[in-house]
Structure formats: C-alpha cells, structure tokens
Design a protein around this ligand. Structure first.
Ligand SMILES: Cc1cc2nc3c(=O)[nH]c(=O)nc-3n(C[C@H](O)[C@H](O)[C@H](O)COP(=O)(O)OP(=O)(O)OC[C@H]3O[C@@H](n4cnc5c(N)ncnc54)[C@H](O)[C@@H]3O)c2cc1C
Length: 267
C-alpha cells in the first residue's frame, strides 16, 4: 500500500517534469506540472523562506556550488579540484554530487535552498513547502546517482546526510507484525554503506546486504534494488527491507510501516 502511494507520487512528479518539456506544453496558460523558478512570480519571499527555516528547526541553507568560486577566482581552485576526487567530500557538500555528469549526459546545477534534515518532521516541512509554493523538490542521500537524480536546478533539496543514526537489533519485529523476531539494523535516510558495514560487520560480526562502494547512500541503493558481491547468495538489498518510515507526497510524516514486499501475512 505504501509502495502504491510512493509510486503514484513518483509518477505524478515525473509526469509533471515531462509536461514542462513536451512540445506545446508552454501553450497552456498555467500547466499544472509547471514549477516556480527563482525570479518568477510566486517564488517564495524572504519571509516565507524564514517560515520554512523555523519549521525545519533552523536547518534551511542557501545552496551555493563550490565550483562558482572557481569562476570568480580560477587560481584558487587547485584545492577544490583535489577535493572533488574525494567521494566523501562530494557526498557531504549539498551543492555537489559524487558523479558530476556521465559522458556529458547532464550538468550539475545545484538547488536554490536545502533543508539539512535531521528528522522526518524536517522532511515533511520541506515537502509541504514545495507543494504550497509549487517548487521543484529533490532528495539527496549519498549523492551517487549516475543519472543526476538527486540534483535539480532551482529546486528545494531535502538533504538527508545528517540522518545517519544506525541501530543494530538482536530481535526485531516490523511494526504491526506478529512474526518471530529476527536480527536487523535500523538505518537513517542519510547513512552511507561504509557506516553500516562498520556498525553491523566490524562491530557485531553480522552480514547486511548492500553494495560494493562504501560512499553510496543506503536509501538510494535500496530503492534502486541494490546488488552486491554476495547477492547471488542473499538477494537484493531491497528484498531484505523489513520496514520503512515514509514521508508521503502530501507531507505526512508516517510511523514505521512493514515493507510491502515482505508483508507480515505474505510470508
Ligand atoms: C561509485 C558507485 C558505486 C556503486 N556501486 C553499486 C553497487 O555495488 N551496487 C548497486 O546496486 N548499486 C551501486 N551503485 C548505484 C547506486 O546504488 C545508485 O546510484 C543509488 O541510487 C545511489 O544512492 P545514493 O543515496 O548514494 O544517491 P543519491 O544520488 O543521493 O540518490 C539516488 C536517488 O534516490 C533518491 N533518494 C535518496 N535518498 C532518498 C530518500 N531517503 N527518500 C527518497 N528518495 C531518496 C534520490 O532523490 C535519487 O533519485 C553505485 C553507484 C556509484 C556512483
């Protein structure tokens, strides 16, 4: 059920994006899929952004690409270009992504603002604000999308990197289920696999199905399926998902729900 909501929201967002690009889409006076860009009528004023800042616990940031500094003073860029080779730096910087384009397929253009979310309530505040003001909304976890899917120019970014709490459980039962407890790990939306392997394997001596690269985000990889070296034995990362806390497209921050692919009664 949650997956249906999620897909519906995702499909609506994608259709909206294409509507603005199709020939003739500009003929309509105000196509419903259009998103407001900076400088256009309807772009939130300073007071509105301050309201979002308060709703998100003071965690609203104006995003500036570090690359802009290079345009202004090219000589000072040597250190920046050294840093760009560091995937941790790229993941930890809201104006960058780990893959800065794939054979010129796309060009990095950062968001206008980011909510450096720490709670599901911060995410919900950002989703509500984007909905109310008809802004482009994008989510960045580990920033490893080769397709640039966590990068959208002039958008509001939900930046989850600080939501990286990890808790290993000996006996876990997904919400609403009455099954026998299993060992599990709860992972925040912004955690990267290196942090999870450290918590689960190095510290507790257990296995968790992820991918091969330590700097890839957990949420992005799981939603993409997630294939790793031991997937022949243990399957995709997504197939191990027991429960997820989801903020829906209407800005409602939900309680943990069992994952639809492994419902309590479906086993
Ligand atoms: C160097 C490298 C190595 C890789 N190795 C593997 C591998 O071994 N196995 C494998 O299966 N894949 C691998 N991938 C692919 C990777 O799993 C996907 O690109 C994945 O989507 C990256 O997730 P992310 O969070 O790092 O990226 P992001 O770019 O932050 O996010 C990817 C997508 O997920 C969305 N997203 C992220 N977090 C959330 C969230 N909390 N809620 C909703 N949407 C969210 C973003 O909006 C975006 O659309 C690799 C990619 C790279 C660049």
């Amino acid at each position: 059920m949650i997956r249906r909501h999620w897909l519906r929201a995702a499909i609506a967002a994608i259709c909206g994006l294409f509507a603005a690009r199709l020939p003739g889409a500009g003929l309509a006076a105000d196509p419903p899929g259009n998103r407001v860009r900076p400088g256009e009528p309807g772009w939130p004023d300073a007071a509105a952004w301050e309201r979002l800042n308060r709703a998100a616990g003071g965690r609203l940031l104006a995003v500036r690409s570090p690359l802009e500094a290079c345009r202004e003073a090219p000589a000072g860029c040597v250190r920046l270009f050294e840093s760009l080779r560091n995937p941790y730096y790229l993941g930890d910087e809201p104006g960058l992504t780990q893959t800065l384009g794939w054979v010129d397929a796309w060009t990095l253009r950062p968001s206008a603002y980011a909510v450096a979310a720490q709670t599901a309530g911060d995410v919900a505040a950002a989703v509500d604000f984007a909905h109310e003001h008809r802004l482009r909304l994008v989510v960045k976890g580990g920033g490893h999308s080769y397709k640039g899917a966590s990068n959208a120019a002039d958008s509001l970014l939900v930046w989850t990197r600080a939501m990286n709490a990890i808790e290993v459980h000996d006996d876990f039962v997904p919400a609403g289920c009455a099954e026998a407890p299993v060992p599990a790990v709860s992972v925040g939306a912004g955690a990267i696999w290196g942090q999870v392997y450290d918590a689960v394997t190095t510290r507790v001596g257990r296995y968790v199905q992820g991918g091969g690269c330590l700097t890839v985000g957990v949420a992005g990889l799981v939603q993409a399926g997630g294939f790793g070296s031991f997937s022949k034995a243990y399957g995709l990362a997504a197939a191990s998902l027991l429960e997820a806390e989801v903020v829906t497209a209407d800005g409602a921050a939900g309680s943990p729900m069992p994952a639809p692919i492994r419902t309590c009664s479906g086993r």
